[in-house]
Design a protein around this ligand. Sequence first.
Ligand code: ATP
Length: 289
Amino acid sequence: MASLFFRRRLSPAIISYKSLLHGGGEFYLLQGNMATEASFGICNCLRKFNSSTAARKVDFTDLTRPHTWYPHARKKSRNVFLHVGPTNSGKTYYALKQLESSSSGVYCGPLRLLAWEVAKRLNKSNVPCDLITGQEREEVEGARHKSITVEMADVTSDYDCAIIDEIQMIGCRTRGSSFTRALLGLAANELHLCGDAAAVPLVQEILKVTGDTIKVQYYERLSPLVPLKVPLGSFSKIRTGDCVVTFSRTEIYKMKKQIEAGGMHRCSVVYGSLPPETRTRQIAGNNVQ
Ligand SMILES: Nc1ncnc2c1ncn2[C@@H]1O[C@H](COP(=O)(O)OP(=O)(O)OP(=O)(O)O)[C@@H](O)[C@H]1O
C-alpha cells in the first residue's frame, strides 16, 4: 500500500511519506499503553475468572507474560501469515483479497490514509466496512468489517480475518506498543501481517508462547527499480510521472514552486498532515494547489 504515491503517471509529485512508516532499528516490546492494558486486563479478567473458574485462573499480575492479557485471542488457535518483501511486491494486495472474502474482519494500518483507502476499497467491492481512526468513526449499515488505525484495534471482538499492515513498525519507539498489542490481542482465525522481512525474527519470537501457527511468505518486487546511471543534474530535467521526495512541508512547497516555475509541469503534493480526502485528490491529479 505504501508505494501508492510512487506510481502516479500524470504529473510530478512531492511526498514526505515512507519515513513515517519505518521506526528505528531497535525493537521495543513493552511500552506505555501496554502497562495500562495490563491493569485493565487484570480488572476485567479477575471479574471473569472468579472462584468458580479457579482451575482456569491466570496470574495477570505477572507482567512478564503479556500474551495472557488477551484471553479472547488466546482462546483461538490463530493461523498467522507473515507476508514479507520489498515495497510494491503485492503483500497487502494478497492479504486484502483474504479480508474481502472473509465473513468478518479488520484491517489495521499505521496511517489514516491507508485505513481510509481500505474502507473505500471494501465498500466499493460490496463488502460493507466501517472506518475507525483517532479522528473519525464512519459506520456502515450491516458492516462486519472494519478498517482502522492500529491504535483503535479492538481486542475483545472475534474476527474471521485480521490484517496488520507495516508490521515492521513494531520496532517503532513511539507506536511499536500498539502493533505489539494488536499482534498479541486480535482474536482472529486468520491473522495476516504485511511488511518488511526484518520483522520476521521478532514476530516469531513474540508468538512462540501463543500457540499460533505461523507461515512466512516471501514476495518479490512486481516492477523493477533501476537507478539512473548519471545524476539528474537539475530539476528542469524531471519528466511527467516523476516523484520527488523531500523531508519537510516547507521544502515540499518550495520544490513544487520551482518545478511549476519551469512551465512544463503541474505538481501535486502529499505529506502527513493533509487530510486523506485531499491526499487522494492530489494523487489523482485533481484540485492541484
Ligand atoms: N496480483 C495482483 N494483481 C493486480 N494488482 C496487484 C497484484 N498484486 C499487487 N497489485 C497492485 O500493486 C500495487 C502494490 O501492491 P501492494 O500495495 O500490495 O504492495 P505491498 O508489497 O504491500 O507494498 P508496501 O510494502 O509498499 O505496502 C497495488 O496497487 C496493488 O493493487
